[in-house]
Ligand binder design. Structure first.
Ligand SMILES: Nc1ncnc2c1ncn2[C@@H]1O[C@H](COP(=O)(O)OP(=O)(O)O)[C@@H](O)[C@H]1O
Ligand SMILES: [Mg+2]
Length: 360
């Protein structure tokens, strides 16, 4: 279909590591632009494979399958960041992996993430590493209570973290998390939680979606309000931090940056993910280009799409048994329903979401 030498044109095949709802929505956006998707994941029936043209069932340790997968696709992306360096290196020998391996390495470890932000002069909550009982004691003495103890790796949806309140013992909390390497963070009495998603193309062009407000329930995202109702200076600071992190990590694709807005208006980076993000699902229905299409454009070397907000919106996750709300959503003329094709509605499982368009 023409374009520059580095363009991966429609008709090509995008490989996606991971079979969850993010992979599903990447595949749906890719299909709309005429791409095929090939999913690589261990599950036999996955949300992503249900809507993709090819599926390899394999684990990240299966070098032979990984090589076959890489040879069958034109570019590889991923829908989760906990991918070890080994498999990424194997794939990257054969096919471009976007975003790059360094972005993965930084984003999958809370210590690396916070150190990286610090190198750019970007603020985070005060924190200290906890890798021993002695460090747990020292960290709580310095950081104070309340504090959040989080495993450095593999945490998501509030898993792998515990709040340490007045009178609570940091050593016991650390043992409770299995004695894994952790970070102890000061508890932020935030005014609002927000996130900014930045897209960066192969040519280095960047576009940021507006900051959105995120409300969590039991450590899991419940509602996203797009855009967030922020003072312009705070919105600008959040955007600036997200753009600088994206540039410094040399992202080709998306970087989602979660932040706290402190009561004094300061912006603190909490964590980041080099992939589509739950807080960007509203873009499917209320923005000129969805985060998923934007990812496809970026990794295929196409020009990024516009990020104009078409309509303010509220995204509500359907977690576990809340999936039954689909019946009400279907009846609501302003609701856009997305279900992920998961059969078992286990507690805490993301089953779908509803975006409500807030027309005046
Ligand atoms: N230092 C903190 N202060 C206050 N609240 C926090 C802090 N760290 C985490 N939280 C709360 O817990 C949620 C989940 O924590 P987060 O670090 O984003 O981990 P993950 O999303 O990977 O589970 C946050 O969105 C926030 O609501
Ligand atoms: Mg988070």
């Amino acid at each position: 279909m023409g374009g520059s030498a580095s363009t991966i044109a429609p008709g090509a095949t995008i490989g996606i590591l991971g079979g969850g709802q993010l992979g599903r929505m990447i595949a749906q956006a890719a299909a709309r632009l005429g791409y095929r998707c090939h999913i690589y994941c261990p599950e036999t029936d996955s949300p992503a494979a249900q809507v993709a043209s090819r599926h390899t069932i394999g684990g990240l340790e299966d070098e032979t399958r990984l090589r076959e997968f890489a040879a069958a696709v034109d570019v590889v992306t991923y829908e989760f960041e906990n991918i070890p360096a080994g498999p990424v290196e194997i794939l990257a020998e054969i096919v471009p992996v976007r975003p790059n391996a360094r972005a993965l390495r930084v984003a999958q470890d809370r210590m690396e993430e916070k150190r990286f932000a610090a190198t750019l002069g970007i603020a985070t909550a005060p924190w200290l590493p906890v890798r021993s009982e002695a460090e747990a004691q020292a960290a709580i003495a310095t950081i104070g209570r309340p504090a959040m103890l989080k495993t450095a790796r593999l945490g998501y949806d509030g898993k792998g973290q515990v709040k340490i309140g007045a009178g609570e013992d940091a050593t016991a909390a650390w043992r409770g998390l299995g004695g894994a390497p952790c970070v102890l963070e000061g508890f932020v009495d935030f005014a609002m939680e927000i996130s900014v998603i930045v897209a960066r193309g192969l040519d280095g062009a960047m576009l940021a979606y507006p900051a959105v407000e995120n409300r969590h329930k039991n450590g899991i995202l419940d509602v996203t309000i797009a855009p967030a109702d922020l003072a312009p200076a705070i919105a600008a600071a959040a955007r600036d931090a997200a753009l600088r992190l994206t540039q410094a990590l040399d992202i080709v694709g998306l970087l989602a940056v979660e932040m706290f807005v402190a009561r004094d208006g300061g912006v603190l980076v909490n964590e980041m993910a080099p992939r589509p993000h739950n807080s960007g699902h509203w873009t499917l229905d209320a923005c000129a280009t969805s985060q998923f299409e934007q990812l496809v454009r970026a990794i295929c070397g196409l020009k990024l799409g516009g990020v104009d907000v078409l309509c303010p919106a509220i995204m509500q996750n359907l977690i576990g048994a809340e999936v039954e709300h689909w019946r009400a959503a279907i009846e609501d003329p302003r609701a856009k329903l997305h279900l992920y094709g998961k059969t078992a509605a286990r507690p805490g499982r993301k089953m779908g979401h509803v975006t409500r368009l807030l027309r005046p």
